[in-house]
Design a protein around this ligand. Structure first.
Ligand SMILES: [Zn+2]
Length: 385
């Protein structure tokens, strides 16, 4: 009996490995898959036939294999199933629909004016329905939904234990959404790191720090190609490292945390402090920066300096291959780049600085939603017995 179970397990492991290999290398020939996975071409042929019957893959043209022989190439069947990735921000929902091949087939964003979970949850449900309708899909075609959240999850990644900037504690989001589909959660900065790794500037990067600058600051860490979440899912909370020992109070209770000095809310606090104007939103602040208003530029300089100090600390501690900065701030990247790099260079160990690449996210505001969509896709590749 045990032997039968092991054989079944082995079969499913092989099948999943083949699907993962196709996802990474598509379009790809049987021979390439066999070489990549160290399996025989006969084994691959059997699985390819099965996966074709199940409509999970389909032929995708003819390629030139070694020795000049022409061979059929395969890719994931885009229409097999769709996934939806959502970035749940404090003031905004951003959604991206992916087909099974991993290509974007729709996106949507909407503002959130309230953070109360009883109000936000029906809005998420509406949002899901709208993005599906706009792209002529039904919930039946959806394999699952992934939601990136600005907070800490429990060990099963099911309950949001604490999301300080939303003011949520112990929210079982999947249960409250009551959708008849699997819902996967991940910390938004972790999702952003995965989004950059799969779709953005960090392809083939195995030591990555993704810095998500929003109303707070979160960091997603990829170490040797794996998300590093620490002992109890709290890793990457660099937003709460101290940069001013006698500084202002943070929401976490500590003083002088990095996010109190380098986040969007830090910029708004400093700007109001020096301007006396009515409260401005972050987009308004960015507009003033772009218009060259001197007070705004001065604040932006200060924020960029603090951002650089924190990034230097992270580089010194983790020696990453790449640091990607994401968030609305990158809309004025040309205004902060010089002072950011100057600060980082001044405060980073020479060898670490020489070997790190600093990038601004190229995914616009979609890194987190894309990362979440991809998390769901990877779940769909797991073949159950
Ligand atoms: Zn703090």
């Amino acid at each position: 009996m045990k032997k039968v179970i092991n054989q079944e397990l082995m079969r499913n492991t092989n099948k999943t490995q083949i699907l993962k290999c196709i996802k990474e290398k598509q379009p790809v020939s049987k021979r390439e898959i066999a070489e990549e996975l160290g399996l025989s071409t006969t084994t691959i042929s059997t699985f390819i036939k099965e996966l074709g019957h199940e409509r999970m893959i389909r032929p995708s043209g003819i390629g030139q294999s070694t020795g000049g022989r022409r061979s059929v190439l395969y890719q994931l069947n885009p229409e097999y199933v769709y996934t939806l990735g959502i970035d749940l921000k404090v003031d905004r929902l951003i959604g991206v629909l992916l087909d099974f091949k991993g290509e974007i087939c729709g996106s949507k964003a909407t503002d959130l004016s309230d953070q109360d979970e009883w109000k936000v949850i029906p809005l998420i449900n509406n949002f899901i329905q709208e993005i599906l309708t706009e792209n002529k899909l039904s919930i039946r075609q959806l394999g699952g939904i992934g939601i990136g959240v600005p907070g800490v999850l429990n060990s099963e990644s099911r309950v949001i234990e604490f999301a300080p900037n939303l003011g949520w504690r112990n929210v079982d989001l999947p249960a409250m959404l009551a959708l008849n589909k699997p819902v996967y959660l991940e910390n938004e900065a972790n999702a952003g790191a995965l989004g950059e790794r799969v779709f953005g500037s960090a392809k083939n990067v195995s030591h990555l720090v993704y810095i998500s600058v929003g109303m707070g600051i979160g960091c997603g860490l990829l170490i040797e190609n794996k998300l590093f979440s620490g002992n109890c899912q709290q890793a990457g909370e660099f937003g709460h490292m101290v940069v001013e020992p006698m500084g202002l109070r943070c929401r976490c209770g500590n003083r002088g945390c990095w996010e109190v000095y380098a986040s969007n809310s830090a910029a708004l606090r400093m700007y109001k402090g020096s301007n006396q104007e009515n409260p401005v939103l972050f987009q308004g602040f960015l507009q003033k920066c772009r218009a060259g208003e001197s007070e705004a530029i001065k604040v932006l300089e200060t924020v960029a300096q603090y951002l650089g100090i924190g990034i230097a600390n992270i580089i010194n501690g983790l020696n990453p291959e790449m640091v990607v900065i994401g968030g609305e701030l990158i809309e004025v990247k040309e205004l902060i780049y010089n002072s950011l790099v100057k600060t980082i260079k001044e405060r980073t160990l020479e060898k670490s600085f020489a070997s790190v690449r600093l990038e601004f996210s190229q995914l616009g505001n979609k890194a987190v939603a894309l990362g979440m969509g991809n998390i769901v896709l990877d779940q769909m590749l797991k073949t159950e017995p």
